[in-house]
Design a protein around this ligand. Structure first.
Ligand code: 13P
Length: 252
């Protein structure tokens, strides 16, 4: 079986101004042109117009870091799928642990967001992952399975085969403490098995499951070579040109 197309997705979080963002992707374009991996930059809302324009004609795709599930209305401070789609956004990261922790995002909200993103013709990148306490208590599998099960309620097999799941253990995010290849592979395998149970073998083989949490230029290759890991959702290292270039070209 040939593995799925590897995705190297940057999650910039709340970093870079619109001007800095355009400068960054203008430099990145040349560095990653012709790469075998799919390249995605997840940028702040205000950076999207400039970045989407700058990446035109390149192999870089644009992700948003959040979205509201309603089409329009009185939701001060929120952004809709139609707004993102019109700007040329391909992917939307939802359910990041930082949004769950600081902004009260629930599995049910993530499910509504996934529905809205798919209906708008974009692709959700659905994040999941356990805390250190949950890992130590031995409930990682149950926790992650529950998160993904609720996020996928009402999502068809055809839709599920196109989406992306990112397994990001909270204890590995921004800590420099990467999960071992085996730890990351184990949970990505559990997620793929869940997809097999919820849908079928075909969907399980097609869906892409990324690992996130202190991915860097030194550990990307070994992680992305694991059978159930189809790339990475990269925070800190995606803000640096040389590091992100090396992650994209991990197999060169
Ligand atoms: P770091 O790569 O900085 O650990 O962040 C991971 C992450 O949260 C990506 O969404």
């Amino acid at each position: 079986m040939s593995k799925r197309v590897i995705m190297a997705a940057g999650n910039w979080k709340m970093n870079k101004t619109p001007k800095e963002a355009v400068e960054f992707v203008n430099s990145l374009k040349g560095l990653v042109a012709g790469s075998k991996s799919e390249v995605v930059v997840g940028v702040p809302f205000v950076c999207i117009p400039g970045v989407a324009e700058a990446v035109k004609g390149s192999n870089i795709k644009v992700a948003a870091q959040n979205v509201h599930w309603e089409a329009s209305g009185a939701y001060t401070g929120e952004v809709s799928c139609a707004m993102l789609k019109e700007l040329g956004v391909d992917y939307v990261i939802i359910g990041h642990s930082e949004r769950r922790e600081y902004f009260g995002e629930t599995n049910e909200m993530i499910n509504k967001k996934a529905r809205a993103i798919l209906d708008a013709g974009m692709t959700p990148i659905i994040c999941c992952g356990e805390s250190l306490t949950q890992r130590e208590q031995g409930v990682t599998a149950e926790h992650v399975r529950y998160q993904i099960k609720v996020a996928l309620l009402g999502i068809s097999a055809e839709e599920a085969s196109r989406l992306v799941i990112a397994y990001e253990p909270i204890w590995a995010i921004g800590t420099g403490k990467t999960a071992t290849n085996e730890q990351a592979e184990e949970v990505c395998g559990i997620i793929r098995q869940l997809i097999r149970e919820l849908y079928n073998d075909d969907v399980a083989e097609k869906i892409r499951i990324l690992y996130g949490g202190s991915v860097n230029a030194g550990n990307a290759k070994a992680l992305f070579e694991m059978p159930n890991i189809d790339g990475g959702l990269v925070g800190g290292a995606s803000l640096k040109l040389d590091a992100f270039e090396q992650i994209v070209k991990h197999d060169a």
